[in-house]
Design a protein around this ligand. Sequence first.
Ligand SMILES: O=c1ccn([C@@H]2O[C@H](COP(=O)(O)OP(=O)(O)O[C@H]3O[C@H](CO)[C@@H](O)[C@H](O)[C@H]3O)[C@@H](O)[C@H]2O)c(=O)[nH]1
Length: 125
Amino acid sequence: MGDDYPTPDGTGVRDYIHVVDVADGHRVALDHLDDERGLRVFNLGTGSGASVLELMAEFASAVGAPIPYRVEARRPGDVPALIADAGRVERAWGWRTTRDLAAMCADAWHFQRLHPTGYSASPTV
Ligand SMILES: O=c1ccn([C@@H]2O[C@H](COP(=O)(O)OP(=O)(O)O[C@H]3O[C@H](CO)[C@@H](O)[C@H](O)[C@H]3O)[C@@H](O)[C@H]2O)c(=O)[nH]1
């Protein structure tokens, strides 16, 4: 949705993160629940961005086949790029991501092949 953003290839850039890294960030937070009173706020992210086209290419590589796509107009409200600064949680608790975009796409494709209709009890494929 949009290929005329002020980004290297014109498509939106986001800081994609593997769901297992997100889960691990929450595990680390639970480990530190009793460290101090009050609320602490942390970003979980990789600190680097990928464009929509880069993500498409990585996913095509995971699937082993080209993925057809069509460029549509920008979506209202979208920003060109969003990249997390996860420095605070790394300094505080040593947490950082361990899985890259290739692993995210490979694992997403693996899940999709095992569960073509998600967690639905009766696949219809
Ligand atoms: O069919 C699609 C869907 C998305 N995109 C692009 O893919 C990227 C990611 O889109 P999306 O998954 O919708 O995430 P965000 O735009 O990053 O928005 C999410 O993250 C924001 C910040 O955390 C929240 O405010 C939003 O509610 C939440 O949807 C963006 O560049 C979109 O333009 C496409 O090109 N085609």
